[in-house]
Write a protein that binds this ligand. Structure first.
Ligand code: NAD
Length: 480
């Protein structure tokens, strides 16, 4: 099997080590062998990016527009193939894989346009005869560290704005799913951008992470992943000899409030989709279901029926709603939390069984706990699997208090037909993204993405707001 190599300084570079990328739906299927970069590879990538930066940051925005547009066009033209690769390596369904590849293409198209929309401001000076300009410039070399659960969309929504605004990139995708990032790198490599502007180093964070985090020539770090890794990154960014700009998107434990006046069908659909789709492996998953008394039993019955109809099977099989858990570690974590929930006194109402299918994979039935309190571990900690906890509350006021009583603040949702409660919730929910009669997971690409409290740190990603992180502001004074 040929090894997929790292991309450094415009060349595909062989590495001393490689690892197999295994399909979680079928452990006998190896998606490919992927290089694991050494520390020297990571250093070479940073050096290449540094060397490319002066010219790239001063290119015509139109050239950057053209390169990004070409990348977008190829992703969209190959979205079925890329979606299949994604579903095969990560375990989300083929439809979700194609949807994610499509999103990556849309993100590049959006930021192609942003490249030519970069603008500044002119101010009147407080001093006579002086003019003040405020302009934006690229930051420099941006290191990117991405998680396994959105293997093409997250790299896309970091790489596209970085390139659009004139930065150079060194990206390290999650070791578990390098295939989609490699395919994206292959497309970027053919887009006409100069050598060194974009670099891919695959491998383990524990092995090459500190090179990216501590290097004097890295100006900024964009990270998405767990809170535990995020803390290390933030510390490294500010203790490095040259402090770095840092942007971090981390975990979640999103609440979905269901009020007595909710449309039951809408509420059940929001809960089933938000908590269990993509195997619950979404940072925005709505896994705390906070339900008022009068609708509680009907909601639990409806959701249980809905769960029974969800087909858990091979990600590429037609008819599958939920693919496997991504790997044995994550499966072990999911099962551990299911045991913890029972030990804490919550009732495992339905699901939570390990499943066997035609192929050997990490299949898990979605699990619904009822009788949960918000101080239980299963209601406070991110499980990152298809496990949801129903918390019964008296009324809207208690629901809002419970919803906000969390260390996280990425996304939240409410199902209600009351304009008063929907409006109050939008204003008072302590989350970066709020959904009314929609699942907590599901976002657009042209508006900011991010959260509060333990979920996020630093400027927002996506949409025009991405400019905050990927540019730095310069104030110039001229005596006219
Ligand atoms: P993770 O923190 O284990 O790994 C994320 C990335 O960090 C990987 O590329 C990994 O190799 C790297 N890494 C690990 N240790 C490192 C170190 N010491 N130095 C540098 N890099 C290091 O997270 P994961 O398991 O890949 O992803 C799941 C987590 O990501 C969940 O907590 C989920 O909520 C979060 N996530 C958040 C968002 C968001 O936008 N808020 C989106 C997707 C996933």
């Amino acid at each position: 099997m040929t090894v997929h190599q790292n991309f450094i300084g415009g060349e595909w570079v062989a590495a001393a080590n490689a690892a197999p990328n295994v399909n979680p739906s079928d452990l006998s299927d190896t998606v490919g062998e992927y290089a694991r970069a050494s520390r020297a590879d990571a250093e070479a990538a940073i050096a290449a990016a540094k060397a490319a930066f002066p010219a790239w940051s001063r290119t015509s925005p139109h050239l950057r527009y053209e390169a990004l547009k070409r990348i977008s066009d190829e992703i969209l033209a190959r979205k079925e193939e890329l979606g299949r690769l994604l579903a095969r390596e990560e375990g989300k369904t083929l439809a979700d894989g194609i949807g994610e590849a499509t999103r990556a293409g849309q993100v590049f198209a959006y930021f192609a346009g942003e490249a030519v929309r970069m603008a500044g401001e002119k101010f009147a000076s407080t001093r006579p005869g002086v003019e003040v300009d405020v302009t934006r410039e690229a930051v420099g070399v941006v290191a990117m560290i991405t998680p396994w659960n959105f293997p093409i969309a997250i790299p896309a929504w970091k790489i596209a704005p970085a390139l659009a605004y004139g930065n150079c990139v060194v990206i390290k995708p999650a070791d578990l799913v390098p295939g989609s990032a490699w395919a994206l790198a292959d497309i970027i490599a053919r887009s006409g951008i100069p050598a060194g502007v974009f670099n891919l180093v695959m491998g383990r964070g524990s092995e090459i992470g500190d090179v990216l985090l501590g290097h004097d020539d890295v100006a900024a770090i964009s990270f998405t992943g767990s809170v535990a890794t995020g803390r290390k990154i933030a510390q490294a960014a500010v203790t490095a000899p040259v402090m770095k700009k840092v942007q971090m998107e981390m975990g979640g434990k999103s609440p979905l409030v269901v009020l007595d006046d909710a449309d039951l069908g809408v509420a059940v659909e929001c809960a089933a989709n938000g908590a269990f789709h993509q195997t619950g492996q979404r940072c925005t998953a709505g896994t705390r279901l906070i339900v008022t008394e009068k609708i509680h039993d009907r909601f639990v019955d409806g959701l249980t029926e809905r769960m029974k109809a969800l087909v858990v099977d091979h990600a590429l099989k037609p008819g599958t709603h939920i693919g496997p858990v991504v790997d044995d570690n994550q499966l072990e974590q999911d099962l551990r939390y299911i045991a913890i929930g029972q030990k804490e006194g919550a009732t495992l109402h339905w699901g939570g069984e390990r499943l066997n299918r035609d192929t050997q994979g990490f299949y898990l039935q979605p699990a619904l706990f009822v009788g949960c309190r918000n101080d239980m571990q299963i209601a406070r900690e991110e499980i990152f699997g298809p496990v949801a906890a129903v918390i019964r509350v008296k009324d809207y006021e208690e629901a809002l208090t419970v919803a906000n009583d969390t260390a996280f603040g990425l996304s939240s949702g409410i199902c209600t037909t009351s304009l008063k409660h929907a409006t109050h919730f939008k204003r008072n929910s302590d989350a970066g993204m709020v959904n009314v009669n929609l699942p907590t997971a599901g976002v657009d690409y042209h508006v900011p993405f991010g959260g509060r409290k333990g979920s996020s740190y630093g400027p927002r990603e996506q949409g025009h707001y991405a400019i905050e992180f990927y540019t730095t502001v310069k104030t110039s004074y001229t005596l006219a």
